[in-house]
Design a binder for this molecule. Structure first.
Ligand SMILES: [Zn+2]
Length: 96
């Protein structure tokens, strides 16, 4: 199955009237998701909080869970959710 690529910049026209920081945040999130979707093998999804974490992580930096779904399909699906929902829960990369 071909990887799914999101349009970028994300919702550029719809976000015109929003605060610049919100637009920037959403664009950052979309760019991050795009990176994850391009190489889903490098990531996995936490079963506890649904954060996307680096494949090399042994525990989730967000909820300290240790159960992960490593399937690329699940990673891509979750990254797509994160890109399209700006109010989604905090991800590991938000904490850096
Ligand atoms: Zn977690």
């Amino acid at each position: 199955m071909a990887p799914l690529f999101l349009p970028f910049p994300f919702n550029a026209f719809e976000d015109k009237n929003r605060l610049m920081s919100d637009t920037q945040h959403l664009a950052d999130r979309a760019a991050r998701a795009q990176k994850i979707i391009a190489s889903p093998d490098d990531y996995k999804v936490c079963e506890g909080c649904e954060s996307i974490v680096a494949e090399r992580a042994t525990t989730c930096p967000n909820c300290h869970g240790y159960r992960f779904d490593v399937s690329p399909e699940r990673v891509v699906e979750q990254a797509t959710h994160l890109a399209t929902r700006p109010q989604q829960s905090v991800t590991a990369s938000d904490l850096t």
